[in-house]
Write a protein that binds this ligand. Structure first.
Ligand SMILES: C[S@@+](CC[C@H](N)C(=O)[O-])C[C@H]1O[C@@H](n2cnc3c(N)ncnc32)[C@H](O)[C@@H]1O
Length: 452
C-alpha cells in the first residue's frame, strides 16, 4: 500500500486516471483537501497535471532505459516512474537525488520493482535531456509529438495550418501550467473590494488586465470553502470564457437565450451584466448539469435565469424572432483548452471531431431563428479547429443573408494588437490562440439580424 504523502497521492490519482478514465481535475479537487500543508497541495497539483501533460515525453525518456515494455509494468509502477521522470526533467526545485529516492520509497510497496525504479530513474537523471530525438526534418510530426507530448494527429493538423515554428509554440503554450481565474460577482462587490477580501482569506490575487471583473488567483485549498465563495462574491471562470458575455453585451431588461448553457458560467455572467433584470432562458440537453446552473445562480444571488431541459436543435417552446440576444456556446472538441485540462489531449481522437460541425450548425440554425430583427446572435467555442469555427460561420452566412457580422472591436474590453486579429474582428470573428494571445484558445463570432 502506497503511503498518503503528496507523491503517493499523485501516484494514486494518476493510476485512477489511467485505469478508470477518471478526470484529473475532479480527482484533484476532491482529494487534495486531505493534505493539510498548502505546499503539499500545490506539489500534488503540479505532479498530477505535469505528469499527465508530459506523459509521451516521459515515456519516451523512460523507454530508453527499460528492457521491457511499459505496458508490462503494474499501473502504479508506471505512475511512480512517470512522476519520478517528471520531477527529474521538468521540476527544477526538486533536487534530482530527492526525486529518485522518493520514487524508490514509493516503489517499496511493489518490492519486485524497487530495483527497476531505482535503476531506470538513475539513468534518466544521468542523461537528463540528452535524448536521441527523432529527426526534426525527416520526422517532423513524430519529433514535435514526442518533444512536446501531443498526439500525432493534432500535430499533423496544426503543421498544415501553421508550420513547424508556430506548431511548436502552440504545443509549448499548451504544456505550460494553467492559472486559476475568477470573475467578480459585480452584483455583490467590486473587484477592488473582492481583492481585499480574498487577500484577508490568504489567497494571492492579481487583477486581470483584459477583463474588468477578472482576477488571477493562487490558492491551493478548496476554493469552495472560502467564505467569499460561499457568499457568492465570485465564480471560477477562465479569462477567455469571461470574454464571451462582453461580446454578447446584453442590457438589463432584455430577453436572452443561452442555447447550451450548463454549468452556467456564461449564463450567470450574462445575468450579472443585465443587473439581474430581464429574462434568460438557459437550455441544456443534460438534466443533471442544469442543477449546477440553479446552484450557481442561487449562490450568486441571481433570479432571472430559467434553466430548461431541451435539445438546442429544437429549443422547444421558444418562439421565432422572440429574443434580443442569443448565445450559442457550442459543444466542441475543446482543443483550445489543452493547457487547462491536462488529460484532454489523451482523451480525444480525431474521429471525435467528425460529427461536431453538423451538430454545431444545426444548433446555430435553430438558435438564429429565435433572434428578433435588430437582435444579436453570438457563436462561441473553446476550440481552435477551423471546421468548428471560421468554416462553420462561413457556411452559416452563405445561407443567412439576413444576418450581418458585427464589428467585435467595439465590444472587446481590451485592444487587439495583431493586425490579422483586428481585420477578423472587424468582420465579426475572433480566434484566440494560446501561443499568440496567452489565453485559452477560444472562438467568437457575432451577427445582427437585419431583416426577417
Ligand atoms: C461548451 S459547454 C457550455 C458551457 C457553458 N456555456 C458555460 O459557460 O458554463 C456545451 C454544453 O452544451 C451542452 N449540449 C451538448 N449538446 C447539446 C444539445 N444538442 N442541445 C443543448 N445542449 C447541448 C452540453 O451538455 C454542454 O453543457
Amino acid at each position: 500500500m502506497i503511503k498518503e504523502t503528496a507523491r503517493g497521492m499523485a501516484v494514486h490519482m494518476l493510476t485512477r486516471v489511467e485505469t478508470q478514465g477518471a478526470y484529473a481535475n475532479l480527482l484533484l479537487q476532491k482529494n487534495i483537501i486531505r493534505l493539510t500543508d498548502s505546499r503539499d497541495r500545490q506539489f500534488v497539483t503540479l505532479l498530477v497535471n505535469g505528469t499527465l501533460k508530459h506523459r509521451l515525453t516521459l515515456d519516451y525518456a523512460l523507454r530508453l532505459h527499460l528492457s521491457k515494455p511499459m505496458s508490462s509494468l503494474p499501473h502504479e509502477v508506471r505512475a511512480i516512474l512517470r512522476i519520478g521522470a517528471f520531477q527529474l526533467l521538468y521540476v527544477d526545485k526538486v533536487p534530482s537525488a530527492v526525486a529518485v529516492n522518493e520514487s524508490v520509497e514509493l516503489a517499496k510497496a511493489y518490492p519486485k520493482f524497487t530495483g527497476l525504479v531505482n535503476g531506470v530513474l538513475r539513468k534518466v537523471m544521468d542523461k537528463a535531456w540528452d535524448f536521441p530525438w527523432p529527426d526534426v526534418k525527416r520526422e517532423t510530426v513524430r519529433y514535435l509529438s514526442v518533444r512536446y507530448s501531443h498526439p500525432e494527429w493534432m500535430i499533423q493538423r496544426w503543421l498544415k495550418r501553421w508550420g513547424v515554428e508556430e506548431t511548436g509554440a502552440l504545443c509549448r503554450a499548451n504544456d505550460e501550467p494553467a492559472h486559476t481565474w475568477i470573475r467578480t460577482n459585480t452584483l455583490k462587490i467590486s473587484r477592488e473590494e473582492l481583492m481585499d477580501r480574498l487577500t484577508q482569506e490568504g489567497v494571492t490575487v492579481e487583477p486581470g488586465t483584459r477583463i474588468p471583473e477578472s482576477m488571477r488567483i493562487q490558492h491551493f485549498g478548496a476554493i469552495d470553502r472560502l467564505g467569499s465563495f460561499q457568499e457568492g462574491l465570485f465564480t471560477v471562470q477562465d479569462e477567455s470564457s469571461q470574454l464571451v458575455a462582453h461580446i454578447v453585451a446584453p442590457k438589463p431588461g432584455q430577453r436572452v437565450l443561452d442555447a447550451c448553457s450548463a454549468p452556467g458560467g456564461k449564463t450567470t455572467h450574462l445575468a450579472q451584466m443585465m443587473q439581474d433584470e430581464g429574462e434568460i432562458q438557459a437550455f441544456d440537453i443534460h438534466e443533471q448539469k442544469l442543477e449546477l446552473i440553479n446552484q450557481s445562480a442561487q449562490r450568486l444571488g441571481i433570479t432571472i435565469i430559467h434553466p430548461q431541459l431541451g435539445d438546442a436543435r429544437d429549443l422547444p417552446g421558444v418562439k421565432l424572432g422572440s429574443q434580443q440576444r442569443v448565445l450559442v456556446d457550442a459543444p466542441c472538441s475543446g482543443l483550445g483548452v489543452l493547457r487547462r485540462r491536462a488529460d484532454l489531449r489523451w482523451q480525444k481522437e480525431e474521429k471525435d471531431l467528425k460529427g461536431l460541425p453538423l451538430l454545431q450548425l444545426a444548433i446555430l440554425e435553430r438558435a438564429a431563428s429565435c433572434v428578433e430583427v435588430g437582435g444579436d446572435l453570438i457563436y462561441s467555442t473553446c476550440t481552435i479547429e477551423p471546421e468548428e469555427n471560421f468554416e462553420l460561420v462561413k457556411t452559416f452566412r452563405s445561407t443567412h443573408p439576413e444576418f450581418e457580422p458585427v464589428n467585435l472591436v467595439e465590444d472587446l474590453p481590451f485592444d487587439l494588437e495583431d493586425p490579422r486579429d483586428i481585420q477578423q474582428a472587424s468582420k465579426g470573428m475572433l480566434q484566440l490562440l494560446p501561443h499568440r494571445h496567452n489565453m485559452d484558445g477560444f472562438f467568437l463570432a457575432k451577427f445582427r439580424r437585419t431583416s426577417q
